[in-house]
Write a protein that binds this ligand. Structure first.
Ligand code: DSN
Length: 419
């Protein structure tokens, strides 16, 4: 690369990832095939529209790329329609609002500070500003409070309900959520960004056939490039025609929401990389990968609980742990910093009913997808739990944290990044 400044930064980031433990649960390490697709000439091509109906010439090949990505998404998740063009998760969710609701309509989602996402109705987000957003929460025990949700739905009759999370360690009961949505004939939207890889692997129940629309980013447990897909069932899409807002028209409504509703040209290099990731996720080995992510998270949860860490809900069913550090007398931000100095990357996070403010919360959130990609298993998770405990106990002591970082680095040499 001629740009030595950027080349140096790319190499430095690769070294940071290689020599450390990436434990932010929304991150992962992609394969070299995904990286090759991302770095291809496909990035040069404009192709507003959909395969066969583009506003530009020269789209024959990118049409094949997009069709392949769509087919692979449909087959992997078992749906009749996939839109693979969303630039990322937030635009995908924005498209769903655009397709299913009008500004001012009532919508519902899990409050960010209780594990939800900004686009699920946070007041300062478009979803909370342009819509009448009603937010549900978890109960004191950290579990979704399905009874409270049902009462809110009956009271507010939302047009759509987003279900999904960024910091929720338990499974979603999709059928129960469907029944709740049906109380007000609301559209049920499952945002499975965090758990898509687990769903594909059979390590988390699937919302397919239950939720009306499913959105997911492609770069978390699904282990693809940054990007997103929207999945649904219905009549074949006709993006050239307006469609009434009924369930059989979901494919057309979603496609028209992406373009002309929200986006311009799709990122064809990203679409190709998504196709590669979907192919990888369809291999038998991916089922074992999903199972191991959960097994690793459970091992980590048990090991940390045994030395006094308070896990929200008391444990995990999926890829992540949410830890309330109040009893350890350390703020989330300080724990994040100490762990970072020890070569373990996590993020500070609110916990349900946090007594501290969202920008300086009581907890940390950590997960196992990236470590599992590197081949780590239960034995390594026991070791990682010990390092986490030592680093949090040693916070502020640079010498001790540097010593842990050296141990971490030694372990990582046996677990290379994927190639
Ligand atoms: N940034 C994502 C996460 O960390 O969960 C959500 O958008």
């Amino acid at each position: 690369m001629n740009d030595t400044a950027i080349a140096r930064l790319i190499a430095a980031e690769e070294k940071r990832q290689r020599e450390g433990l990436e434990m932010i649960p929304s991150e992962n390490h992609t394969s070299s095939d995904v990286l090759k697709a991302l770095g291809s000439r496909l990035t040069d091509k404009y192709s507003e529209g959909y395969p066969g109906i583009r506003y530009y010439g020269g789209c024959e090949i990118v049409d094949e790329v997009e069709n392949l990505a769509r087919k692979r998404a449909q087959a992997l998740f078992g749906v009749s329609h996939a839109n693979v063009q969303p630039y990322s998760g937030s635009p995908a969710n924005m498209a769903v609002y655009f397709a299913l609701a009008d500004p001012g309509d009532t919508v519902m989602g899990l409050e960010l500070y209780y594990g939800g996402h900004m686009t699920h109705g946070l007041k300062v987000n478009f979803s909370g500003k342009w819509f009448n957003s009603v937010q549900y929460r978890t109960g004191k025990d950290g579990y979704l409070d399905y009874g409270a949700m049902a009462a809110l739905v009956q009271e507010h009759k939302p047009k759509l309900i987003f279900v999904g999370a960024t910091a929720y360690p338990r499974v979603f009961d999709w059928q129960k959520l469907r029944d709740i949505a049906d109380l007000a004939q609301s559209f049920l939207v499952a945002d499975i960004s965090h758990i898509a890889g687990l769903v594909v692997a059979g390590a988390h129940p699937s919302p397919v056939g239950i939720a009306d629309v499913i959105t997911t980013t492609t770069h978390k447990t699904l282990r693809g490039p940054r990007g997103a897909i929207i999945l649904c069932n219905g009549l074949p899409s006709n993006p050239l025609k307006r469609a009434e807002r009924v369930k059989e028209n979901l494919p057309t409504l979603i496609d028209r929401a992406i373009i002309p509703g929200l986006q311009g040209g799709p990122h064809n290099h990203q679409t190709a990389a998504i196709a590669v990731a979907l192919h990888e996720a369809a291999q038998p080995a991916f089922k074992e990968y999903g199972r191991q992510i959960v097994a690793n998270a459970k091992t980590l949860a048990a090991a940390l609980s045994s030395v006094g860490y308070e896990l929200v809900t008391g444990g995990t069913d999926n890829h992540l742990l949410l830890i309330d550090l109040t009893n350890k007398n350390i703020k989330g931000a300080d724990a994040e910093k100490a762990l970072g100095m020890a070569g373990i990357t996590v993020n500070k996070n609110t916990v349900p009913f946090d007594s501290r403010p969202p920008f300086d919360p009581s907890g940390i959130r950590l997960g196992t997808p990236a470590l599992t990609t590197r081949g780590m298993k239960e034995t390594e998770m026991e070791q990682v739990a010990q390092w986490i405990d030592r680093a949090i106990t040693a916070h502020g002591n640079e010498k001790k944290l540097t010593a842990i970082k050296q141990e971490v680095r030694a372990l990582t040499e046996a677990f290379p990044l994927p190639n």
